[in-house]
Design a protein around this ligand. Sequence first.
Ligand SMILES: Nc1nc2c(ncn2[C@@H]2O[C@H](COP(=O)(O)OP(=O)(O)OP(=O)(O)O)[C@@H](O)[C@H]2O)c(=O)[nH]1
Ligand SMILES: [Mg+2]
Length: 308
Amino acid sequence: MPLEVGIVGPPDVGKTTLFNALTGAAATVSGKENVAMAPTADERLEQVAAVVGSRKITPAAIRIVDHPGAGAQPLGNLRRVDALLLVLDAWSGTRSPEDDRVTFGLELLLSDREHVERRLERVAKQAKSGDPALRGEVAMLERLLAHLDAGESVESFPEPLPPELEPLTAKPLLEVVNGPAGIDLKLESELAELPEQEAAAFREGASALEEVVRRLFAALDLVSFFTAADKEARAWTLRRGETALDAAASVHTDLARGFIRCEVIRWEDLVACGSHAEAARRGLMRLEGKGYVVEDGDVLNIRFSPPR
Ligand SMILES: Nc1nc2c(ncn2[C@@H]2O[C@H](COP(=O)(O)OP(=O)(O)OP(=O)(O)O)[C@@H](O)[C@H]2O)c(=O)[nH]1
Ligand SMILES: [Mg+2]
């Protein structure tokens, strides 16, 4: 499953503009949900690809959901996303980012409260059968509801929650201030339509969107690893703490099933040595097993026995 991020905020603040800037799409229609993949730039990948002579470079990608601003779809649809990007309008002079931030926080809280209430109703019905586990959950949900009604957050609730609850208020929330004081999203969305080099020349530096992606990586505690061969050099993401077997599974289920071992070289060692073979000769290539915890910047070559 790729990482998924939801763009949220009041109507007309620039959510779809941010969506277009991140994904290179050209969505215009307001009031509907847009979904596309956003590539994440990583200059380490370019260097690895150059050394290996890869014919194709495939950056890691994040799935972006552009949530329509007003009414149409409840925020509850975003329960599956890994993080939220809140767009605040600091460009039109017609809104107050501070007020919008507070209002949106309350909307999230309200949405979570309704979600807990609906679940309570449902589980209470099922619990009439007398199942002790269900009755236990009813009691827990009642305590949670009382906790929320006392103005407390879901996160400060001291008991473990069922994973399906996925409270919106517990998700990482990153703000994107749209305007000269933050990111000029209109400009970024226009630059997204230009060829990479022209856009870079115009900006005189890194894209402000790269900063957004960096903040997402930090908030979600992600690491990147690379695979690199003649055909393709590619970047992938894992949660920090995930293993070589998780890495194999994100590339292909066959790699995980037939996993034998994994060759690991640090990306900077590979670049300095100029080839896998030279890195191996200098003792910079390690062989690791399934349980190896992948580190940010590892170049992995997974050895596996193909399925018969
Ligand atoms: N001048 C200027 N215009 C902007 C900026 N950001 C967005 N706009 C314009 O504001 C209008 C609304 O932008 P959208 O990105 O569609 O806003 P939205 O939040 O997706 O709107 P809804 O989906 O209808 O809630 C468009 O005409 C944009 O071109 C900005 O930074 N500067
Ligand atoms: Mg929109």
